[in-house]
Design a protein around this ligand. Structure first.
Ligand SMILES: [Mg+2]
Length: 223
């Protein structure tokens, strides 16, 4: 069985605004996967005197119950819920935060071509701060928007009209790149014209193409 690959074809003259997701899109999602699926269970197991896999199962169930909501990325919520200082734990392993290949080149390419560049992320402001301090990519954006400012996650249809009100973009001349298909779906329904899926969100995981949206592995494919 062969899967027909949707290759991105972008006419840059048609684009004024570039909106980019952070985790998995610009930054290697391996950091987040490692943190939530290995580091946190390890510490949680130790703190609660249980074994790693019991901690893992318990945490996965807790994470799952909040998926697609703002609580899912709310590091204060999880610190309280798990009785762990997650901000401190994240800061301590910040050396594992990595920018994906060609991202800086792409940001500079957008700048040279006079596009408005927005980082639009569900990440919590405290997590965002840790990541920006480590990668220093914040200087490349005209504005950074966290979903908590909008009040709902990007997976919610109502997110996009609220974002438009805030940023005043033309959805017919906007490009959104994200590694979450559900986010692309709500943006699509709202009418964001150009949508690209990131097929390799983590350096440690295989490429998974979208069947619905044009996919890239690296940003060099868009330049
Ligand atoms: Mg993402």
């Amino acid at each position: 069985m062969s899967l027909k690959l949707l290759k991105p074809r972008i006419n840059w003259d048609e684009i004024q605004t570039v909106m980019l997701d952070m985790d998995g899109t610009l930054l290697d999602k391996h950091f987040d996967d490692y943190f939530w699926e290995e580091h946190v269970p390890e510490i949680y197991a130790k703190e609660n005197n249980i074994n790693f896999w019991d901690a893992y199962d318990e945490l996965m169930a807790k994470y799952k119950s909040q998926e697609g909501t703002l609580k899912w990325t709310d590091i204060n919520f999880w610190s309280k819920e798990l009785r762990l200082d997650l901000v401190e734990m994240k800061s301590r392993i910040n050396h594992l935060i990595q920018v994906h290949p060609y991202v800086i080149d792409f940001l500079m390419f957008c700048k040279r071509n006079c596009k408005k560049i927005y980082l639009v992320t569900n990440a919590h402001s405290k997590t965002l701060a840790i990541k920006m301090a480590h990668t220093e990519i914040d200087a490349h954006f005209d504005k950074i928007v966290c979903s908590e400012e909008i009040g709902i996650a990007k997976e919610e249809p109502e997110f996009w009209p609220r974002l438009e009100k805030k940023l005043n973009f033309d959805k017919n001349k906007s490009l959104l790149v994200d590694d979450n298909e559900q986010v692309l779906n709500t943006a699509d329904t709202y009418g964001i014209k150009h949508l690209i899926f990131v097929a390799k969100s983590s350096s440690k995981k295989p490429v998974v193409y979208s069947k619905k949206y044009p996919s890239i592995i690296f940003f060099k494919e868009l330049m």
